[in-house]
Design a protein around this ligand. Structure first.
Ligand code: FAD
Length: 419
């Protein structure tokens, strides 16, 4: 049995970053990394964007060149799935029966796309968008598809809708809530994106749920809605959320509540076991005391850097990075900074009709988040405002002649004055 000083389970965004950070910070110990996909770590965001559109190759997705793993002496083991953890013995076991030992374990497994459970959900032609292999399967089929139904109006569903509409498919998005992106953004941003998609010919049905999927010779042929309407479909894409991949840790006794619970240093409740990325649940400094599970590259990467520092042990690092996220649809780049949890006021900066604007979220007058659509300057300066917890008035924020940088600068000098 091979034993590593650091064993990382999950060869994705966070996994690739932790091993890179360890070596960058001078860690000389042995490192193993186990991933259940056949690929070396690659970027996931393009899967619903440029890669789906056929504009990016598999090689361009790779997070590190192939030579990196050898040069950095990282034992990368792909196509292996860890199924159990023995936290006392400091060992993991794979589905293949192979076992590995560790001094420190880092759990970076992301999650599985949530599947539909209605009648017909096992028909051929129903796709999810999480892995390169899944998107390849979808790309092979989409060539022959005319009518595509997308179930779920979140970022992944909408990004997929944009690519498929541009490819000339007839696309319908079904969303159970009363607006798309309801979980993550404000009504003004939801309305803007609904309108954009409709302009591109995408049909959007909100407050709509699915009764069953209808088949023909084992393949999807239509979608029966609960209002009785039948949508023709020769392909469906399901984007209804993620189930964090933590069952092995849970079985080992780790506290898990919607993902594995970690503390500010990214430690689980198991001795010598850290966790990071999409699979963790933690109190984020920007969430007003709430526990959150974030699905973003920034979150996975920044937590990986914290874990690396803590494993090396030169200093104790706590996670406190400002959250940010992006989404590309058509020629629109949305950049979000902060978390809008518990906002009590929104201010629209700029005009949605000009397709360049921001929505600023405030809680008791304090700026807690911004959604910036084709408004990169607002995003850059907004980061500072959120990091500093700047208090501003609606009049200041909605006046596009007031540069957000000046608000950040004056807040910084006010703080210096107080000190
Ligand atoms: C289509 C799509 C578009 C996205 N777009 C954006 C975007 O625009 N901006 C953004 O910030 N984020 C985006 N994200 C989210 C981002 O990709 C994730 O937040 C990020 O990948 C999380 O990194 P991670 O390391 O936690 O998990 P992953 O990158 O998912 O890596 C986890 C890896 O662990 C493997 N694994 C799981 N269980 C086991 C096991 N038991 N044994 C071995 N291996 C295992 C998985 O197969 C996977 O390869 C997108 C995600 C998807 C799917």
């Amino acid at each position: 049995m091979d034993t590593y000083d650091v064993l990382v389970v999950g060869a994705g965004h966070g996994g690739a970053q932790i091993v890179a950070s360890l070596r960058q910070q001078g860690f000389k110990g042995s490192i193993g990394m186990i991933g259940d996909e056949v690929d070396a770590p690659y970027e996931r965001p393009p899967l619903s964007k440029a890669y789906l559109a056929g504009e990016t190759s598999v090689d361009q997705l790779l997070l590190r060149p192939q030579a990196f793993w050898i040069e950095q002496e990282i034992a990368l083991k792909t196509g292996l799935r860890v199924t159990s953890v023995d936290a006392q013995a400091h060992q993991v076991r794979c589905a293949s029966g192979e076992q590995f030992g560790y001094r420190h374990l880092v759990w970076a497994t992301g999650g599985q796309p949530r599947r539909l459970v209605c009648k017909g959900s096992d028909l051929a032609g129903i796709h999810v968008v999480r892995t390169r292999a899944q998107v390849d399967a979808m790309r092979d089929e989409v060539v022959h598809a005319k009518n595509v139904v997308i179930i779920g109006g979140g970022y992944i569903g909408l990004e997929t809708a944009a690519i498929l509409a541009k490819a000339g498919k007839s696309v319908c998005v079904i969303e159970a809530q009363d607006r798309v992106l309801a979980r993550v953004t404000s009504p003004v941003v939801s309305a803007f994106y609904e309108e954009e998609h409709r302009r591109h010919g995408v049909r959007i049905l909100t407050k709509t749920s699915i009764e069953s999927l209808l088949g023909d010779k084992g393949r999807i042929a239509g979608v029966l809605l609960s209002n009785g309407e039948v949508l023709p479909a020769d392909m469906a894409v399901v984007g209804i959320g993620l189930i964090p991949e933590v069952s092995a840790l849970m079985d080992a006794g780790a506290v898990c509540t919607n993902g594995v619970d970690i503390d500010a240093q990214c430690r689980t409740t198991l001795l010598d076991v850290y966790a990071l990325g999409d699979c963790v649940n933690y109190v984020n400094a920007f969430a007003d005391g709430a526990r959150v599970r974030l699905e973003s590259v920034q979150n996975a990467n920044d937590q990986a850097k914290v874990v690396a520092t803590n494993i090396i042990g030169i200093a104790q690092a706590s996670y406190s990075a400002v959250p940010w996220f992006w989404s590309n649809q058509y020629d629109l780049k949305l950049q979000t900074v902060g978390l809008n949890i518990g906002y009590d006021q929104t201010v629209v900066r700029g005009n949605p009709d000009n397709r360049s604007f921001s929505v600023v979220y405030l809680r008791k007058g304090k700026i807690i988040a911004l959604d910036c659509i084709n408004a990169a300057r607002d995003f850059v300066f907004g980061k500072k405002l959120v990091a500093q917890g700047v208090v501003a008035t609606a009049a200041q924020l909605e006046d596009v002649h007031v540069d957000l940088n000046s608000l950040a600068a004056s807040a910084a000098s006010a703080t210096v004055g107080v000190l």
